[in-house]
Design a protein around this ligand. Structure first.
Ligand SMILES: Cc1cc2nc3c(=O)[nH]c(=O)nc-3n(C[C@H](O)[C@H](O)[C@H](O)COP(=O)(O)OP(=O)(O)OC[C@H]3O[C@@H](n4cnc5c(N)ncnc54)[C@H](O)[C@@H]3O)c2cc1C
Length: 568
């Protein structure tokens, strides 16, 4: 069973719950965007994903990528699908019109990538970094470099990579050793080995643009000594660069995406941005990539849920409790509380996650284009604090919730026939790349909350409260949870003044507390706009309160434990 985008649900969340069209019309570049246009783009995207990309998923896993003498062949149909994808303008959806893009809002691109990842995670890894690479080149490259590369990357005619990781430098990129030696003509010679590079080599596009972190000869040690360079596979004059793929990794999943070891043999490249500011330039790309990975998690969980839901409506075992004992047939397993609970709970994560991720995409555009400085600042707070939370929480849920969906199949989920085991294998990596989930938790608590004594965080909590309805009991319950989180946060900040170690021990629990609180908050909004309080929306709303929200209390208890117990 192939994944099918559920465009009507997505449109409901964007148009009616988030009221995106009205918000976007307040931003100059999107003044012409209306609900009809958004619906049209979503319908077309859903059609392309369902008809062209989803059918390649199974073969992508089973055939995988092949490596031979430095060349990578992607699975059957992948190249044709990619060529059709960029020629139809999909990678350029949210790129500016002056760069060859369509100038549409980020939220439409978010839905496109969620759907693509759900349909075929392996294939989607290739274009997944394009928008980040586009932003990075647009904001940091010289005019000369932009003239050569920006439009090709914006349109997706040339794919791009992010070359950060080295054998000894993973989470700690400050340890990277790849060298960049300046040449008399203003170019640089790049030498070193990068590992785990997604799409480092392939046959999908005619050229590949590598963005590479490397160190100048006089650079200080650590992250401040890193600069960013652009090295293509082929230079614009057609000559081949000295960048070679040495091998591709054998992996647990994601077989449709080549994960490459790349060797740079004094490859000629050009600097992007200022010397020593490489991480800064790369940050643009990494932030876009983190939202993208959160959307991967949500999409992958939805794909697993669709399979489990369909299977549970067909498979019959025993009679469900409370049903007449004289019924001739066993009930479908969807009637059994244990299975219903799994399905409704995962649905709560998916729809709540969608709302939060789409809202983040919307806030990205508001942060860039809103005329009011206070609204802009609020949008920046949202993006900065929510991005690590949704990256970690929804990639975690894709794997653990996907495994719950596999459970719905019993033994039939563990064998290959239904394809659910591929979902579980493929999703595991999203907890690791783009900054591991532990790094996201430290980013949230230590870098973004402790660093200013909780000032930005408290302002953001005020923003959340301001969208609640004081007269509604469900909203009052969420408001009380926000108070509890704020108090626990102040406790951590006070303890960190003497010793910050305790914060590192509880950062993961802290991020989970914020994640489930955000889910609660998102579902208030979804429930408010649910058409006729239909079971489609009511069942996951109830499952959230019954089966997920108790975790909030547990995490608060863990993070509020005295520091001495945390560090012992
Ligand atoms: C399929 C795949 C595709 C990838 N694609 C790319 C790509 O396109 N480009 C690229 O540059 N890289 C890519 N990566 C690399 C990926 O980003 C790294 O694997 C990741 O950053 C973690 O680095 P590491 O594997 O060296 O683990 P390590 O950094 O060694 O971490 C090991 C464990 O220690 C934990 N840890 C490390 N430091 C800390 C800390 N300070 N506090 C708490 N815990 C810590 C980690 O969370 C992790 O659990 C990819 C990896 C995979 C598997």
């Amino acid at each position: 069973m192939n994944y099918q985008p559920q465009t009507a649900d997505t449109f409901h969340l964007i148009a009616h719950v988030l009221r995106a069209p009205g918000q976007l019309q307040a931003l100059a570049p999107f003044a012409e965007i209306d609900a009809d246009l958004m619906q049209q783009v979503l319908d077309e995207a859903g059609k392309f994903v369902g008809e062209v990309i989803a059918p390649l998923n199974r073969d992508g896993d089973e055939t995988g990528c092949r490596f031979d003498a430095g060349m990578v062949t992607t699975p059957p149909g992948f190249r044709d699908a990619y060529q059709a994808f960029w020629q139809a303008g999909w990678p350029a959806l949210a790129a500016a019109t002056e760069d060859g893009g369509q100038g549409l809002p980020a939220v439409l691109e978010a839905v496109l990538y969620e759907n693509l990842s759900a349909a075929n995670h392996g294939w989607t890894m290739a274009p997944g970094l394009l928008h980040g690479a586009y932003e990075c080149i647009k904001h940091h490259a010289s005019e000369d470099l932009k003239a050569q590369y920006l439009e090709k990357v914006a349109t997706g005619e040339w794919l791009a990579t992010m070359c950060l990781t080295e054998p000894h430098a993973g989470s700690d990129l400050g340890l990277a050793r790849t060298k960049a030696v300046p040449q008399a003509d203003g170019t640089y010679r790049i030498s070193g080995t990068k590992i785990f590079i997604s799409g480092g080599e392939h046959d999908l596009s005619d050229n590949i643009v590598h963005l590479v972190l490397a160190r100048l000869p006089d650079a200080p040690p650590g992250p401040k000594g890193l600069s960013l360079f652009l090295v293509p596979k082929f230079y614009p004059n057609g000559s081949r660069s000295a960048v070679h793929c040495e091998r591709i990794e054998e992996k647990m999943g994601l077989h449709g995406s080549p994960t490459c070891v790349m060797r740079f043999d004094e490859a000629s490249g050009q600097i992007v941005g200022e010397p020593g500011k490489g991480l800064n330039a790369m940050f643009v790309m990494m932030n876009a990539a983190r939202l993208h990975v959160a959307l991967q998690g949500i999409g992958l969980l939805d794909a697993a849920w669709q399979k489990a839901d369909a299977y549970s409506r067909d498979r019959r075992q025993m009679r469900a409790p409370g049903r007449g004992k004289l019924a001739a047939e066993a009930d479908v397993i969807a009637e059994h509380p244990a299975m219903r609970r799994i399905l409704d709970t995962q649905r709560a994560w998916i729809d709540g996650g969608r709302l939060l991720a789409y809202r983040t995409a919307l806030e990205l555009d508001i942060a860039k284009h809103h005329p009011d400085a206070a609204r802009k600042a609020a949008a920046q707070r949202w993006c900065s604090l929510v991005t690590p939370v949704i990256k970690a929480a929804f990639t975690h849920q894709a794997f653990y919730g996907g495994s719950e969906c596999l459970q719905v199949f019993g033994g039939h989920g563990y064998v290959r026939e239904w394809g659910i085991e591929q979902n579980v294998r493929d999703s595991r990596v999203a907890m690791i790349y783009e900054g591991t989930n532990e790094i996201q938790a430290i980013d949230l608590l230590v870098r973004k909350i402790l660093s200013d004594g909780g000032a930005t965080f408290s302002a953001w909590l005020r923003d959340l409260r301001s969208e609640l309805d004081d007269g509604n009991p469900a909203d009052q319950r969420t408001a009380a949870r926000i108070d509890v989180l704020e108090e626990a946060t102040m406790g951590i900040i006070a303890a960190a003044a003497a010793d910050a170690t305790g914060a590192y021990w509880v950062a993961d629990d802290y991020l989970r507390a914020v994640a489930v609180l955000l889910l609660d908050w998102a579902w208030l909004k979804i429930a408010r706009e649910a058409p006729d309080h239909s079971a489609r929306w009511a069942a996951p709303a109830q499952a959230l309160q019954r089966w997920v929200m108790p975790e909030f209390g547990m995490r608060i208890a863990i993070i509020s434990a005295p520091a001495v117990a945390l560090t012992a």
